[in-house]
Write a protein that binds this ligand. Structure first.
Ligand SMILES: [Cu+2]
Length: 221
């Protein structure tokens, strides 16, 4: 008798192929990027991101908003990298009111004077650098770095940004920092685990305005 249910064969072959595909799934690797300035000093608050060049990238924004708080009349943290589509909450933990805003192209918004929880979270729906300020306190500054890739990390005081969960392949490695005029970019191929790169960056002046010593008295309402 000849095979009379060819569709069964098809189903069996398809599931076999699925198993074979799962087995061939590449292992993920890590990349350790060391960011130093021209004097060799480690650079903190540098956002390192890796955009795949030989595959498309899919990601989902976090289910819960990311928080950037206002405390002691400063934003915390100073630099916040997020994927496109992330919502950010700006709770004010100070006794004085803040008025958080951005005029950046990637996201313009205005949270009118408030204490405690703002009325709404802010959706960052376009990749780019968003510069934050407060209308009341000129020295308050922070950045949201909105990325079109889920592969990113921010350097700490050691100047190291470690990105994990990377399938091997070609990537555009980019380093952004508030004191860089243009992001530092290079193409990298990840074949070893962990892959390492050293990025030497030329930093501009620190534009952060230092507060007056009595800046925390709450005289600005
Ligand atoms: Cu303020």
């Amino acid at each position: 008798m000849k095979m009379s249910f060819p569709w069964l064969v098809g189903v069996a072959a398809a599931s076999f192929a699925a198993v074979a595909l799962a087995a061939a799934e590449p292992t993920v690797m890590g990349m350790r990027v060391e960011i130093v300035d021209t004097t060799g000093t480690p650079v903190d608050d540098a956002v390192t991101s890796l955009l795949p060049l030989d595959r498309s990238v899919t990601f989902a924004p976090p289910a819960e908003p990311v928080a950037i708080i206002q405390q002691g009349e400063e934003f915390q943290p100073y630099v916040t990298p997020v994927v496109t589509g992330t919502r950010v909450n700006f709770p004010n933990q100070d006794k004085v009111q803040h008025h958080v805003f951005s005029v950046s192209k990637a996201k313009k918004f205005d949270l009118q004077l408030y204490r405690g929880e703002p009325k709404e979270t802010v959706l960052f729906d376009q990749p780019g650098i968003v510069s934050l300020g407060c209308n009341i306190h000129d020295w308050m500054a922070a950045y949201v770095v909105v990325l079109a890739t889920p592969h990113f990390a921010k350097s700490g005081s050691s100047g190291v940004a470690a990105v994990s969960g990377l399938p091997p392949g070609r990537y555009r490695l980019e380093v952004w920092h508030p004191r860089l005029k243009v992001p530092e970019q290079r193409e990298v191929t990840i074949t070893a685990d962990p892959a390492t790169q050293v990025m030497k960056v030329t930093l501009g002046i620190d534009r952060r305005v230092r507060r007056a010593p009595d800046g925390g008295t709450g005289s600005y309402k």
